[in-house]
Every structure is written in structure tokens, then in C-alpha cells.
Design a protein around this ligand. Structure first.
Ligand code: IPD
Ligand code: CA
Ligand code: CA
Length: 288
């Protein structure tokens, strides 16, 4: 495992910061007069001119500073397949649906994975002008001031956030049961529409925990670094190490991690038992 020096990580963090700020200017420019909103494939999965222009601005910054590093960009896909320990995962506009509807909750997210582990991340919210940054060992900041996760220790006192992937109409593993279950057990579960901001908000203590399935590496790479560096915990639902791109993530203030993991696993087990029963009853009504 490669261990870049703190100085090297700081340089990468500054590159990520320059990239998110450049994209942020473009998102502000397009705001309110957006034309040409397209669906990418699945219903509801939108892409706009702003996504594309913001991504181009990020690519320009990365090409200038780290020309040899491969990039995984949401709108352009994997660029440069050369073998490398580095991979930049970029989401030029996380929260496209919100943005397209002029609901001002969205962010730019740029993360750097080193040997598959997220180590550098910058997230910029162009509406609140908030800049979240973190790198392994260097801590996490909001607007250059250190941030920490919340201290909430009980699920019943927590405020959580989650989301629903674009394949939600095609699978029963759509997070609806988990969302309802946890809405009953907590002070509330929000659905912001921006995974990057959800993770940044766990990092700065606005949310106590976050879970979601169906995420892509660009949705979570930067946010994972933020939560870890702010003192939080990030794993898969069952507390095993999070696998990118498994798309299933549980990120909390650490205090409620086990409790939230247990609840998610209980709901999954109950849903699996229900779908087994459905298959059995369908078999019984259609004897072969
Ligand atoms: C989406 C947002 C949303 C999450 C979806 C993501 P996009 O990203 O992060 O919160 O629920 O799963 O795909 O499409 O707005 O970049
Ligand atoms: Ca996204
Ligand atoms: Ca996006």
C-alpha cells in the first residue's frame, strides 16, 4: 500500500479544491436558465448542460496538475486506462434532479482514491458557498475550519439521511422499507437528493448518520474521506469494510454505527423472507 506524504496529499487536496471551485462557478452561471435537460437511460436520471460544462472544467484542472492520473468521471466515464495507483472520481453535479427543478440542494464532488481507498476529497455547495475538504491524516474542514461528527449516541435522538437510486422502480431492494423503519425509530430521516452533501453533513454533525445503496464511486469517494477525517465511521451495512464500487454505504458519527447497522440488517432479512414467501405462494398457486 502506497503512503503518500502529508505534503503530497495536501497538494492533491489543493488540486481537488481548485477543481470543485471551478465547477461551482459554472453551476452558478447556469442556475435559473437551464435548457436541454435530458434523461440518460433510466427514468429520472437526468443530465444537463451544467453537468457537462462543470465536468469539462474539472477535467481541465486535473489535466493541468495531474496529467498522468486516470479519472472516473460521471458523464465521461473512465478516462485513461493506464495502470496507476491513483483514480480521481468526479461528480460535477451531485443533485442533478434538484438542480434541474431549481431546488437549490446540490454540490460538486471530487475525490482521489489511492490503491482503491478514498484519501482526498473536496465537496463544494455552490448555493451556500460551503467548501468541505479532507485528506487522510490532515483532518476535515468546512470553509477551512476543522469539523467533527456529532455526539448523538442514541438512534432515538438521531437525525438521519438516505436516498433512493435511479433503479428503484426495477428492484424490491429499493430502500423503501429501511426508510420507513428508521423514520419510526429516530427523530427523522431526510432525503436531500445529494449523496455528497449527505456525507459532508454527517462529517460536520448536521446529520448523525447516512445510508444508501446503489451509489457510484463518484457519489461517495470525497464524502467518505470527510466522514472518516471528522471522526466518523464508514462501512458497508454489515460493518464490513466499504467496497467501492459496491454502492452500499453506512456512514455515521461512530456512536450510532452498530445500532443503525443492526436495524438495516433486520429490515433486509425481513424483506428477503417476505420475497421468499411470495415466491413460495406463487409456486403454490401455479403448480407445475
Ligand atoms: C444522485 C444523488 C442522490 C442519490 C442518487 C445519486 P446525481 O446523484 O447523489 O442523492 O440518491 O443515488 O445518483 O445523479 O444527482 O449525480
Ligand atoms: Ca451523484
Ligand atoms: Ca451527477
Amino acid at each position: 500500500m502506497s503512503h503518500p506524504s502529508p505534503e503530497q496529499l495536501q497538494i492533491f487536496l489543493d488540486v481537488a479544491t481548485e477543481a470543485v471551485l471551478a465547477a461551482g462557478v459554472i453551476l452558478q452561471d447556469y442556475w435559473g436558465h437551464l435548457e436541454g435537460i435530458e434523461e440518460k437511460g433510466r427514468p429520472g436520471d437526468l443530465v444537463t448542460k451544467a453537468d457537462k460544462a462543470a465536468e469539462a472544467a474539472i477535467l481541465q484542472v486535473l489535466r493541468r496538475h495531474v496529467p498522468d492520473h486516470p479519472i472516473l468521471a460521471e458523464e465521461s466515464g473512465q478516462l485513461d486506462n493506464t495502470a496507476s495507483e491513483y483514480l480521481w472520481a468526479i461528480d460535477p453535479l451531485d443533485g442533478t434532479t434538484n438542480y434541474a427543478h431549481q431546488y437549490p440542494v446540490a454540490a460538486v464532488s471530487v475525490g482521489l482514491l489511492i490503491e482503491g481507498v478514498p484519501q482526498v476529497g473536496a465537496i463544494f455547495d455552490p448555493f451556500r458557498q460551503e467548501l468541505f475538504r479532507a485528506a487522510t491524516g490532515l483532518g476535515a474542514t468546512r470553509d477551512r475550519r476543522p469539523i467533527q461528527v456529532s455526539k448523538t449516541a442514541e438512534l432515538s435522538k438521531s437525525l438521519l439521511v438516505s436516498g433512493f437510486a435511479y433503479d428503484r422502480r426495477e428492484t424490491s431492494d429499493n430502500n423503501y422499507a429501511e426508510f420507513c423503519h428508521l423514520t419510526h425509530l429516530t427523530q427523522g430521516v431526510r432525503r436531500s437528493g445529494s449523496a455528497a452533501l449527505d456525507l459532508a453533513y454527517v462529517a460536520c454533525g448536521r446529520f448523525d448518520g447516512y445510508w444508501e445503496r446503489g451509489l457510484s464511486p463518484w457519489d461517495m469517494a470525497a464524502g467518505i474521506v470527510l466522514v472518516r477525517e471528522a471522526g466518523g465511521q464508514v462501512t458497508a451495512y454489515d460493518q464490513s469494510p466499504v467496497v467501492i464500487p459496491s454502492g452500499r454505504i453506512l456512514a455515521t458519527n461512530q456512536q450510532i454505527h452498530s445500532a443503525l447497522s443492526n436495524e438495516l440488517l433486520q429490515v433486509s432479512a425481513a424483506s428477503a423472507a417476505r420475497s421468499d414467501n411470495n415466491v413460495l405462494s406463487q409456486d403454490a398457486s401455479h403448480p407445475s
